[in-house]
Design a protein around this ligand. Structure first.
Ligand code: ZN
Ligand code: ZN
Length: 355
């Protein structure tokens, strides 16, 4: 038996994976939420009477999806979007993807993501992950609704509660780990209270401002952040945006910095270099990723997902990592929860279900 809500969510997932804007996807996720609260019998009656669209949040398109789904057919809309954003990958990339156990850089609607934490968690579970690190933005990134210390504290409680629910719902084990994508301030300090940076499970440090700073200053700024004992992952290190993708597709050049110095610092301070899988970022570029590998850096192959379907982008990062000589033993998110937490130095705070 097909579940209409599941079909609606699958459509949303495929659209998100294809980098469709949130507003275009929202109707499907909203409709799924409405359908969740109704009994199948009522849905069938409404479908037969043509009154599905009387329900708030159900329009013509979503009503058709529900009707087709109730009849046991794959909705036409779902069939159309299923292969959107699908990319052929090499066997090496597929093997690397198969070894990944989680994602260390994701956003929810607490900052600039489009979906609640729980929806992100369920999508991560469906992808076979053991963990998902929630890394919403830090306070100074106001355009992305960055979390104040008070809101981050509140989020930590929400995650604890969600993990209890997930552990008890009979599904496969998935743990939401706490984290932050912390802005690297102009002076290289991190944009959050040290107490909170120590408390969360993982810290991604990223440059989001003054991307055109002269190389010498940018290098010093990045090295200061890398040497900060709270930093675990260096996010999208060049800040570039590839032409033709995403918001307007204008593209953005790489920041200037001394990559040898920055990657040597990552290797020395045990900070993983992120392979950012977002199609419009694909950061670092291959020549720099090769340099990071040569420098002996660990890497984290992350999606930087702002919607559930974007969690499926990891394979794009795996393709680049494979091409640049990254081996599984160097990938921090190919490690299990406990191993990851002992690497970030938060193993003492670990609790909850273990596989
Ligand atoms: Zn970022
Ligand atoms: Zn991010």
């Amino acid at each position: 038996m097909r579940e209409p809500a599941e079909d609606l969510r699958s459509i949303a997932f495929c659209l998100e994976r294809a980098l469709e804007p949130a507003y275009r996807v929202k109707a499907f996720r909203t409709a799924a939420g409405v359908i969740d609260s109704l009994r199948r019998r009522e849905l069938e009656a409404r479908s037969a009477a043509g009154t599905l669209t009387d329900l708030p949040g159900i329009g013509k398109v979503t009503a058709l999806v529900v009707t087709e789904s109730l009849a046991g057919d794959e909705p036409v809309y779902l069939r159309r979007v299923r292969t959107l954003g699908d990319t052929a990958v090499s066997a090496g990339a597929a093997a690397l993807r198969g070894a990944l156990k989680g994602d260390c850089h994701t956003h929810s609607d607490w900052s600039d993501g489009g979906s609640p934490i729980a929806e992100m968690a369920l999508a991560a579970r469906a992808l076979g992950h053991d963990y998902l690190v929630l890394t919403d933005h830090s306070p100074r990134l106001k355009v992305a609704n960055g979390l104040s210390p008070a809101r981050l504290r509140q989020q930590l409680d929400v995650v604890t509660e969600l993990n209890e629910q997930l552990a008890g719902d009979g599904g496969r084990p998935l743990r939401v780990l706490t984290g932050i994508e912390c802005d690297i301030n102009l002076d290289g300090s991190l944009d959050q209270e040290p107490e909170l940076l120590a408390r969360v499970d993982l810290v991604v440090a990223s440059v989001h401002s003054a991307l055109r700073m002269p190389s010498e200053q940018m290098t010093a700024r990045m090295v200061a952040a890398i040497s900060n004992p709270h930093t675990d992952v260096l996010g999208h290190c060049t800040g570039r945006q590839v032409l033709g993708h995403g918001r307007g597709g204008k593209g953005r050049p790489e920041s200037d910095f001394d990559a040898e110095v920055v990657f040597a610092a990552c290797a020395r301070f045990g900070v993983a270099v992120e392979v950012n899988s977002r199609p419009e970022r694909l950061d670092p570029p291959k020549r720099l990723l090769r340099l990071a590998v040569e420098a002996g850096c660990d890497v984290a192959i992350n999606t930087d997902a702002h919607a559930p379907g974007q969690l499926d982008w990891q394979v794009l990062g795996c393709e680049r990592a494979y091409l640049c000589g990254v081996t599984v033993d160097r990938v921090v998110n190919a490690r299990g929860v406990q191993e990851l937490l002992s690497w970030t130095g938060r193993a003492g705070a670990a609790e909850g279900p273990e596989r």
